[in-house]
Design a protein around this ligand. Structure first.
Ligand code: C2E
Ligand code: MG
Ligand code: MG
Length: 702
């Protein structure tokens, strides 16, 4: 650093200025205190001292001179002693030099004039004493003294200034510079937000700032450590956000990202690739049979094998529980994709050893190829979605064809997919245009034959395709969530109809409404049902909600809670299609259920299949044990009805009694039903009439 810069920096520092000023002032005061008194006293006696000095010079000049040949040195006379007269002991004039005011020997004694002052000294020479008369310019003497005083003061000022300068430079070197370095380093530390930190500062020994510098360096080191930890944490979070914790494979997010890039590249470079959806067959069985730990190990092992099998440029990701996806890049043709599918199946199905168990999994694979299976004219986003949907359809095909196989997406599947998409669009329109109707299928008390009520069944009259089966559109409505709106409408309509019938005098008729699992888990079921009951003014005991066995068993603990809430509000609950969904008897005990509906599959062959007889007997036994009513659905002939009666079944529903009827048809049917309708007080048991009399079918739909 150059001196000017240093001093100017020091000068800009208030502290340094004050310090330097203080030093200069102190020094000046000390010097003035020491010098000035002596100067004042010197000034007073200065004339005397200077005269003494002149005398001493004269004394020295003439003490050893030969009086006979007296020579005067040039240095004796000067601007102070301007004239000199010497007289020996005998009164002889030895010398008259300079301005002696016209001295005349033997005349009157010389006297001082305004400008000159006369002084007389006697000088002891070797020979004899001589008398000296000096003519002194007093003004000059005084001026000399004044200049000297001024010189002293100037010296004091100058030395103070120099001391101040040294103080400034010293302060700048040892204090300001390190401080500035420290401050700028701290400022840098605050400004660097991208993880870069300033370098530590060199610690200067024996410097006041050393502890501060060390502390600063400590802070920097701590910050560096923290920054390193943050980086590691960020890397971990980044990994966790894009990977599956069980298999450490890329997750759905990363798959979607990679797929997007792969589609983009494939379009740009005219490349082919294939997407494989791989799903473990019967994985739920493995989980239930061996526990989730074994299930997890299996998933991890399959993931690992797939990753090892594929090349680095390909992608293997885990999408869900037991579902993997593979992107094979640069596929030459469908044959090579099939080759990969075969290898996937062979590595995934190789046996696993786990704690002494030998497990063998099977997988189904759905394959879709790019660009063959997609409509390339669409946007890239849509293309990615389309290829995955295609692979999902192919996987579904592989599953429904018996699992443990691969399926390439094909034209037939595309048609089905297109139909499915169209159905979804039409369903939306149907909801807006109110193309739905509720039909009612009557139920009777097997013993009295009185009608106890009906099951409400939805019907869709498509403006072009005509009647569409609920089995075709209800699953789509469930998948798309449209069932929430549709189900609420069905419930409202059924409650209103039943209340209308009450007004007509059918006070004991109930209505059963099918509730989807989606409605059940929606969390809004109770308010929706309560609203429908309030609006229709139907009493809750006359409403029965039918939930399929598989829906009930999906999440039993949550279902138990909801069922209790509904039951507490007075509604009746029925398990539909009982016998098809592996109900746990332990749970059955805890369900507040009033009715079991035996699935019609068991009723159909009841007269010929002993197994079905056994199942029906078992369900009836269960119903009795748990004090539940049992409804047999799908009763198509008298034989079935009689058998059910003999087994103690309570209620029957089926084509033998009536097909599902439109609202008006139902009212008419009730009018004509020969055994009457269960009243609010319940009817008496009636004997069965002849079958021909019993079944007077009305015009039906469904
Ligand atoms: P489900 O609840 O088990 O309904 C009984 C099905 O059996 C009805 O078919 C009915 O028409 C039919 N059925 C009744 N008696 C006989 C018979 O004697 N023989 C034969 N072969 N079939 C008979 P549908 O109306 O086509 O309904 C099929 C399924 O669609 C229903 O099964 C139910 O799961 C669902 N579904 C129908 N309506 C609704 C609804 O309003 N909401 C919901 N969520 N699902 C509904
Ligand atoms: Mg039902
Ligand atoms: Mg059923």
């Amino acid at each position: 650093m150059d001196l000017r810069a240093l001093t100017s920096k020091a000068y800009r520092s208030r502290t340094a200025r004050m310090l330097a000023g203080g030093v200069a002032f102190a020094l000046l005061v000390v010097q003035l205190l020491v010098f000035v008194p002596s100067l004042i006293s010197q000034h007073r006696g200065s004339v005397f001292y200077q005269l003494e000095m002149e005398r001493a010079l004269v004394d020295i000049a003439f003490r050893y001179s030969n009086l006979e040949a007296l020579e005067i040195p040039a240095s004796v006379l000067n601007d102070r002693l301007v004239g000199l007269v010497l007289i020996d002991e005998s009164g002889r004039l030895l010398l008259n030099k300079g301005d002696t005011l016209g001295y005349e020997h033997e005349g009157s004694e010389p006297a001082s004039s305004g400008a000159l002052h006369v002084v007389q000294w006697s000088i002891l020479t070797d020979a004899s004493p001589i008398q000296a008369t000096g003519f002194v310019n007093l003004h000059q003497v005084r001026m000399n003294t004044l200049w000297k005083t001024l010189a002293y003061i100037a010296f004091a000022l100058l030395s103070s200034l120099v001391a101040a300068m040294f103080t400034l430079v010293g302060t700048a070197r040892s204090y300001i510079a390190p401080m500035e370095q420290l401050i700028s380093a701290l400022r840098d530390g605050r400004e660097y937000t991208d993880g870069q930190l300033p370098e530590p500062i060199e610690v200067i020994e024996d410097n006041d700032l050393s502890p501060l510098t060390e502390e600063f360096n400590g802070l920097i080191e701590a910050q560096r450590k923290a920054a390193r930890q943050v980086k590691v944490k960020q890397q971990y979070l980044e990994f966790a956000a894009h990977h599956d914790p069980l298999t450490h494979l890329p997750n759905r997010l990363m798959f979607e990202d990679t797929l997007k890039k792969t589609v983009h590249l494939a379009i740009a470079d005219d490349l082919k690739f294939a997407v494989f959806l791989v799903d473990l067959d019967n994985f739920k069985f493995f989980n239930d049979q061996y526990g989730h730990l074994v299930g997890d190990k299996m998933v991890a092992e399959v993931g690992n094998r797939l990753r090892t099998m594929m090349r680095d440029i390909d992608l293997v990701a885990r999408l869900d529980g037991d579902e993997f996806v593979v992107i094979q890049k640069d596929v030459i043709d469908t044959d090579s994709a099939e080759e990969v599918a075969k290898r996937i199946m062979s590595v995934a199905t190789a046996p696993y050893e786990y704690r002494g168990f030998t497990l063998k999994a099977a997988v189904s694979v759905g394959i879709s190829c790019f660009p063959d299976d997609v409509h390339v004219s669409q946007g890239e986003e849509v293309l990615g979605e389309e290829i995955v949907n295609n692979a999902a359809v192919a996987l579904q095909e592989a599953k429904s064809n018996g699992k443990n196989q691969y399926q390439l997406f094909n034209e037939k599947m595309r048609l089905r997919l297109t139909a499915r998409i169209r159905l979804e669009q039409d369903l939306k329109i149907a909801l807006q245009d109110e193309q739905f109707e509720v039909y009612y299928q009557p139920k009777i008390n097997i013993h009295t034959r009185q009608c106890t009520g009906a099951e409400a069944l939805v019907r869709w009259r498509h403006p072009v395709n005509g009647f569409v089966s609920p089995e075709a559109f209800v699953p789509v409505a469930e998948e798309t969530g449209m069932i929430i709106e549709l189900g609420a409408w069905i419930l409202r309509t059924a409650c209103n109809k039943t209340h209308e019938l009450q007004q007509l005098g059918y006070t004991g008729l109930n209505v059963a409404v099918n509730i989807s699992a989606v409605q059940f888990t929606d969390g809004n079921l109770l308010p929706m049902v309560s609203r429908a009951l309030d609006e229709s003014k139907l009493s809750p005991e006359l409403l029965e909600l039918e939930i399929t066995e598989s829906a009930v068993m999906h999440d039993p603990e949550e279902v138990i809670l909801s069922l209790h809430q509904l039951s507490e509000h007075g509604m009746k609950l029925a398990i539909d299609d009982f016998g098809t969904g592996y109900s746990s008897l332990a749970y059955l005990k805890r369900f507040p259920v009033n009715t079991l509906k035996i699935d019609r599959a068991f009723i159909t062959d009841i007269s010929s299949d002993n197994d079905d007889v056994a199942i029906v007997e078992a369900v009836l036994g269960l119903g009795k044990h748990f004090n539940m009513k049992v409804v047999a659905e799908g009763v198509e002939d008298e034989e079935q009805l009689n058998f059910l009666k003999s087994q103690g079944c309570d209620i029957a529903q089926g084509y033998f009694i009536s097909k599902p009827l439109s609202s008006d048809q139902y009212t008419q049917w009730l009018d004509r039903w020969p055994y009457g309708v269960q009243s609010g007080n319940d009817a008496t048991v009636m004997e069965l009439p002849e079958p021909s009399q019993m079944y007077k079918r009305t015009g039906t739909q469904g």
